[in-house]
Ligand binder design. Structure first.
Ligand code: ACO
Length: 377
């Protein structure tokens, strides 16, 4: 980059090479290790994607059985992590509890700094297995319920719903959660993944990188937007009020509609296309398409603006989750339950060909100010 040119927000800056993920923002295409996300969402389980992201290839039958067994074997919250969750002050933000609990998991690992290939794989599997248990335990504790233990009969997505609700989900709900987890698992050098890579590049440990990533994902301009979407839908209340609501809100030039716009996509996010179908399907199964109808109306309005804006992954996930009886405060934690494996894949890739990440800044302050001793200031 030419000296003196500032890329605010690192927009358009290529900081490294990666084999994990490719996005074509102007075409609305997304690939994990060369596989189109639409094929993965249609045909794969989350466990297959876990293997793909950690090993760089889709598993065969034996490999899938192995990774599934590894994930199940890594289930079971350590007592100290459970008590960290239980001792969180009333009213704590679920993403803050997840961040604290993820960090607490590291204290239960006898070799937290083992950055060997096998050590990294084990940590990635363990974190991926424990995230649903952490999120669900916190969800139940804050509702005054006892956390339930994982169900060994169930796969990752179905088990997550079991952990939340304490009962086996139906096949449709389990598949919807599975697809949502597949879609959220990876997205190149976004803010939280880049955070993880920055931490990994110091040769710190996987837990530190993932803990930092959770903090980045929490922000409303990143993973936190899905909670904002459902708040918007609830505020609007009914389909007939969409246009009036948006006209009123957009009188404020600084208004940001959550779930729209993206740094990379300049058209519809392909994940939103898939989740839109699940929003409609789940609505029909639940006997009301109200939230889906409102969402499509918003999408139409936003496309028709002078500067069109398109839905991102957070937009249709919100109405889908809402109709699955999942409360808004856990939408961003659900995102983390999926994305954790993508973060881990990037930590592994970063450390495999590492270069400390340390950009420059253009200094715009004063220099050589006369120093005054404390007594004279
Ligand atoms: N609502 C209203 N206007 C928007 C929105 C939005 N959601 N998104 C972008 N714009 C407008 C901006 O006001 C700006 O307009 P201007 O050129 O007239 O000043 C223009 O579009 C470009 O926006 P930037 O903020 O410069 O684009 P950037 O790439 O920095 O931001 C971001 C991307 C942060 C995602 C933005 O679109 C946004 O705030 N969206 C809402 C939050 C959201 O949904 N986040 C989730 C993203 S997906 C994810 O992280 C999982």
């Amino acid at each position: 980059m030419a000296e003196g040119i500032i890329a605010y927000g690192l927009q358009g800056v290529i900081v490294d090479e990666t084999r994990i993920c490719q996005i074509f923002g102007d075409q609305g295409k997304l690939y994990y290790y060369g596989y189109n996300i639409l094929d993965l969402a249609e045909n794969c389980t989350y466990e297959e994607v876990v293997y793909l992201l950690l090993k760089g290839k889709l598993p065969n039958k034996a490999e899938l059985e192995q990774v599934t067994a590894d994930l199940k074997a890594a289930r079971g919250l350590p007592e100290s992590v459970l008590s960290t969750i239980k001792s969180s002050p009333k009213g704590s933000i679920p993403m803050d509890v997840l961040r604290t609990a993820a960090s607490a998991v590291s204290l239960t690992d006898p070799k937290p700094d083992d950055n060997s290939a096998e050590g990294q794989y084990q940590k990635a599997i363990r974190l991926t297995a424990l995230f649903p248990e952490i999120v669900a335990a916190d969800y139940r504790v804050r509702r005054g319920e006892q956390p339930v233990k994982s169900n060994p009969k169930l796969g990752h997505a179905a088990n997550f719903l079991w952990l939340l609700h304490g009962k086996e989900p139906g096949a449709d709900a389990a598949r919807t959660m599975d697809v949502a987890l597949v879609l959220h698992a990876e997205h190149s050098f976004n803010a939280s993944t880049f955070t993880a890579r920055v931490i990994a590049a110091t040769l710190s440990d996987m837990y530190s990188a993932i803990t930092g990533a959770i903090g980045a994902l929490k922000g409303p301009l990143h993973g936190g937007a899905n909670e904002g979407v459902i708040k918007t839908l609830l505020e609007i209340g009914e389909p007939g009020k969409v246009k009036g609501y948006l006209d009123e809100k957009f009188k404020d030039k600084n208004f940001r509609l959550m779930g729209f716009g993206h740094r990379v996509y300049k058209t519809v996010d392909p994940r939103a296309i898939v989740l839109k179908k699940y929003s409609e399907k789940t609505g029909k199964e639940r006997g009301t398409t109200k939230w889906y109808d409102m969402s499509t109306q918003i999408e139409t309005q936003m496309k028709g603006r002078e500067k069109p804006l398109y839905p991102n992954v957070d937009f249709y996930s919100a109405s889908t989750y809402y109709m699955m009886d999942l409360p808004p405060e856990i939408y961003t934690p659900i995102f983390a339950v999926s994305r954790v494996v993508g973060w881990c894949a990037h930590v592994i890739e970063q450390q495999a060909h590492n270069k400390l990440i340390r950009p420059d800044a253009k200094y715009i302050g004063e220099l050589d100010k006369p120093f005054a001793p404390l007594a004279k200031r």
